[in-house]
Design a protein around this ligand. Structure first.
Ligand code: AMP
Ligand code: TRP
Length: 327
């Protein structure tokens, strides 16, 4: 299958990204043709310091390689290196009703979060994402739950284009994990864990042991002391149980039994130890890769070349279908 999924360069990879998306990528790259763009243009919809931004793109590449993304098995590249992404996004914009974009939950959330900077890019973010996907004739997109609305819009646009101009795009489906598709913030278990919120709210895959322990210790829990899963009434403990279960392989029911009568403190201590153990190899690998900047840059260059070859073929077809002169 042809697979594509993107990730923004800013903010360190956290356990939500891992359980919701990147863990699936690592499995999928074994038997599929996978494209993983680092979506730098999407990240520009939030304010960025140019120097820091450049660093974050290389940093995200290093992080992805550290957790098991293998450039021999997939195409890892930077979105802005392949100019067809913005070209197709423009054409899709002309097919997208503004009202559809205004309905997007992520647009509404982000407009609330950055009230003084509600730029047009925030609004048209989903059409650029649709372009990322459709350019590669993608069949499946592994993402966390927060992206399913964007996927629906992508399918709508693909169908609309196909209907208007003739069969051009494959209609992509999403792959959303059964568990772990929506990991919540440690400080506010009613909001999703996000790379750009304060650091206490999320656990990076590269956090040091003492930080992991401190963050889990400070994680918001609920009234009562029982370790039981109830996402409506006990969102804090339920979120921690999900994280525990996904990293240990034990079911929630097994964990409830294991921690029966034990209280929050013992549960948190055990969870922190589990995470320290599971995340240690990532930290080690990253330290090693950080010394290999040339390799990282070469990897991205090669990735962009492979991506470009496919993107340009699709774009030629699109140009001809909509009646633009060929280049
Ligand atoms: P982003 O961090 O927004 O670039 O997202 C990268 C990928 O991680 C996307 O597929 C998201 O759906 C997924 N993701 C982000 N936050 C979470 C979360 N809190 N829980 C599960 N998946 C997430
Ligand atoms: N919008 C996604 C996010 O916020 C990132 C993204 C951009 C993406 N392009 C994509 C995900 C294409 C999947 C496929 O996380």
């Amino acid at each position: 299958m042809r697979i594509l999924s993107g990730i923004q360069p800013t903010g360190s990879l956290h356990i939500g990204n891992y359980l919701g998306a990147v863990r699936q990528w690592i499995e999928l790259q074994e038997k599929n043709e996978c494209f993983f763009p680092i979506v730098d243009l999407h990240a520009l919809t939030a304010p960025q310091d140019p120097k820091e931004f450049k660093k974050s793109i290389l940093e995200k590449t290093t992080e992805l390689l550290s957790v098991g993304i293998d450039p021999e098995k997939c195409v890892l590249f930077v979105q802005s290196d392949v100019s067809e992404h913005t070209e197709l996004a423009w054409i899709l914009n002309t097919l997208t009703p503004i009202a559809e974009l205004e309905r997007m939950t992520q647009f509404k959330d982000k407009s609330q979060k950055q009230k003084s900077n509600v730029n047009a890019g925030l609004l048209t973010y989903p059409t650029l994402m649709a372009a990322d996907i459709l350019l590669y004739q993608t069949q499946a997109v592994p993402v966390g739950e927060d992206q399913t609305q964007h996927l629906e819009l992508t399918r709508k646009l693909a169908r609309k284009f196909n209907l208007k101009y003739g069969e051009t795009f494959v209609i992509p489906k999403e792959i959303v994990p059964k568990e772990g598709a929506r990991i919540m913030s440690l400080t506010n278990p009613k909001a999703k864990m996000s790379k750009t919120d304060d650091t206490a709210s999320s656990i990076s895959l590269f956090d040091e042991p003492k930080d992991i322990k401190a963050k889990i210790n400070a994680a918001v829990t609920d009234t009562g002391s029982a370790i039981t899963y109830n996402s409506a009434r006990k969102p804090g403990i339920s979120n921690l149980l999900t994280i525990y279960s996904e990293f240990s392989g034990e079911t929630i029911a097994q964990l409830e039994k294991k921690f029966k009568g034990k209280g929050y403190a013992a549960f948190k201590k055990s969870l922190a130890e589990l995470l320290v153990k599971k995340l240690a190899p990532f930290y080690e690998k990253k330290k090693d890769l950080e010394k290999r900047e040339v390799y990282i840059e070469e990897t991205l260059k090669k990735g962009a070349q492979k991506a470009e070859a496919i993107a340009s073929t699709t774009m030629q077809d699109v140009r001809s279908k909509v009646g633009l002169l060929s280049r």
